[in-house]
Design a protein around this ligand. Structure first.
Ligand code: AOF
Ligand code: ZN
Length: 351
């Protein structure tokens, strides 16, 4: 059978739900779910991945199934891995447990771990996966579960969301330099929630010198989890002793470069898959110029300043046809402000 059966499709829907279990963090590893089916189609065991360093979904399900895994069908949201990373290869674990058939949705885009389907086939396991086997809709759902991870491992660099907050006329500060607070408290609270979903927050040394930001996720007992993203400061100037980013609320990394690609390569090597760029006009312009801004989260305050720095410095465009065009994904009111989420077209095309 080269396509998934109805029972297997149902199991895949369940595996997708398991992968998205509340509290499983986004991060260096994908969110993955697995359901083991007995030959008669009944569920033997379920499993899911709980974050980097913990057992993969397949191994979690196999452990719960014990001897019942023999002759079962493993239905997984992602192609079983073929490598020894933080944990052992799942393809091997499935073979050793005597699994007869594997059905998966997303082909593993991670070059380091890919090849599980081949290993399983070579060992005599019946393997079907990808859009031909489970349909494009379920594959799209599996990818969406790990959108930023998928982008990062396919491109060898983190996905970059640039966050900015400006007045209606695009100013991020007044001409005297004051910028506190352009947006309302609810908008600022949302930014904290967003930080807890990314792996790193990036600003320039200019922002550290001007604003002395803390950049950690405020732990105020609200619902979002307490994961702290790495604080990353880019630029050649020293960070002053006593700067708030140097406290121990979260790890901090100073990268003495102005090259966005160098920054992203260094961060990818440190397991960063999603970056929140909170830099000022100069850093933002460098990232836009380098073509590595993938999405924009913008808070617009219904206020006018008329003078003062604008959110984006000179990013190399001089005529309107060169404007970086974005596609609006979502618009919402947050407190007194408006939130706009937009994507760079390029990201949509490639992905
Ligand atoms: C997961 N969880 O359930 C599956 C993954 O460094 P490791 O050993 O944790 O391996 C991570 C890679 O393994 C990951 O990038 C992906 O390609 C593959 N499958 N990873 O974290 C899982 N099935
Ligand atoms: Zn694995």
């Amino acid at each position: 059978m080269s396509t998934a059966s109805g029972t297997e499709t149902d199991a895949l829907l369940r595996a997708l739900a398991l992968a998205a279990t509340d509290g499983v963090p986004h991060g260096p590893n994908p969110r993955v779910g697995c359901v083991l089916l007995a030959p008669d189609g009944t569920v033997v065991a379920e499993g899911f991945h709980r974050g980097a360093g913990t057992p993969h979904a397949e191994v979690d399900a196999l452990a719960r199934a014990g001897a019942l895994a023999r002759r079962s069908t493993a239905v997984v949201t992602l192609e079983p891995c073929n490598h020894t990373g933080r944990t052992g290869p799942c393809a091997q674990a499935l073979i050793e447990a005597g699994v007869a058939r594997v059905v998966f949705a997303q082909v593993d885009p991670n070059p380091v771990a890919a090849g599980g389907a081949e290993t399983l086939s070579a060992a005599g396991v019946d393997v079907v996966g990808g859009a031909v086997a489970v349909g494009a809709v379920l594959v799209a759902q599996a990818r969406a579960l790990n959108e930023f991870w998928t982008f990062a491992v396919s491109h060898g660099r983190p996905f970059v969301t640039w966050k900015a907050a400006s007045t209606l006329d695009g100013r991020i500060a007044a001409s005297d330099g004051t910028s506190r607070w352009i947006t309302s408290a609810p908008a600022r609270a949302e930014v904290h929630a967003l930080r807890s979903e990314v792996d790193a927050v990036v600003v320039g040394t200019g922002t550290v010198l001007a604003d002395d930001p803390h950049l950690a996720v405020r732990r105020d007992g609200t619902s979002f989890d307490s994961r702290q993203p790495m604080r990353v400061i880019v630029g050649l100037r020293d960070i002053p002793v006593g700067a708030r980013v140097l406290d121990d609320a979260a790890p901090t990394l100073h990268l003495r470069t102005h090259d966005p690609l160098e920054v992203l390569t260094a961060l990818f090597a440190r397991d960063v898959r999603h970056v929140l760029l909170e830099g000022g006009p100069t850093v933002a312009a460098a990232f836009v110029r380098a073509g590595v801004v993938d999405a924009v989260r913008w808070y617009v305050a219904p206020a006018l300043l008329g003078a003062g720095p604008s959110a984006l410095g000179d990013a190399g465009m001089s005529t309107v046809s060169e404007a970086l065009r974005l596609q609006v994904i979502d618009v919402a009111r947050v407190g007194a402000d408006v939130r706009i989420d937009a994507r760079v077209f390029r990201t949509m095309e490639e992905d």
